[in-house]
Write a protein of this length. Structure first.
Length: 245
């Protein structure tokens, strides 16, 4: 899974198609969608029209907690909308209302994975105890936990919990969770000749976190991908970690 992906939350219709086409043209090879986003068909059409080989693109979609008990129908609908024979990662979008439902959904995701409809399975918005409950019941650890994340939310304990369990930490809303006018962040951006947003994304990559910035603006889509020409020093990373207070 590429560390830098393209998020599609709140982008629908023609705007979603255009944004994904732009992202693929720029060089993104990791796309994040979900049943709840209502844009899987547009994402799939953009993939087809892009000319990028399917095997070069990592595609994630997600099971809404309201669809627990309807996992097979949900993945079938997602694959039909995306026009794919499998996705690369399928996540439980939010923890269902009970531990029993969470485990039932996890068991179904495992079965769907074993049938080849997804390459890997994981969760989103789970805490450590909820992840541990799945592992204790099934012996299988989620490959990924997608959570709200950014420098202002940095928590060394959360990072260690994920790494100790072998769970990839994937962060969403990297800009909404960050004060882009923070003077420390602005100073680091000036030192590298980049924008604060680019520093936030580089912070994710240098830590080994997956980031999925979202934008429907072509210039911003390009800017968000242009983060491979610099890296942060250890001291700069520590300064940004300290934004969490």
């Amino acid at each position: 899974m590429p560390l830098l992906g393209f998020g599609t939350w709140q982008i629908t219709g023609g705007q979603a198609y255009d944004a994904v086409r732009e992202a693929l043209d720029v060089g993104y090879r990791h796309l994040d969608t979900a049943t709840m986003y209502g844009n899987e068909a547009e994402v799939g059409r953009a993939i087809r029209d892009s000319g990028v080989p399917r095997e070069d693109i990592f595609v994630t979609t997600k099971l809404p907690p309201s669809q627990v008990g309807k996992e097979r129908q949900t993945i079938a609908a997602s694959l039909a909308a995306l026009d794919l024979d499998r996705v690369d990662l399928w996540l439980i979008h939010w923890p269902p209302s009970s531990a029993r439902q969470s485990l039932a959904a996890w068991q179904e995701l495992r079965a769907v994975r074993d049938e080849g409809l997804t390459r890997a399975i994981g969760v989103s918005n789970y805490d450590t105890a909820e992840i541990d409950a799945l592992v204790e019941a099934t012996g299988e650890t989620p490959a990924v936990n997608q959570i709200r994340w950014g420098p202002a939310l940095y928590d060394a304990r959360v990072v260690a919990d994920h790494r100790d369990r072998g769970v990839v930490l994937e962060g969403y809303s990297p800009f909404k969770t960050t004060n882009l006018s923070d003077p420390v962040l602005a100073g680091i951006a000036r030192a590298h000749g980049v924008t604060p947003s680019q520093v936030v994304l580089r912070w994710h990559l240098d830590h080994g976190f997956v980031a999925i910035p979202k934008s429907a603006t072509p210039a911003r889509i390009r800017e968000n991908f242009d983060v491979f020409g610099f890296s942060l020093s250890e001291d700069e990373r520590r300064q940004l970690d300290a934004m969490a207070g």
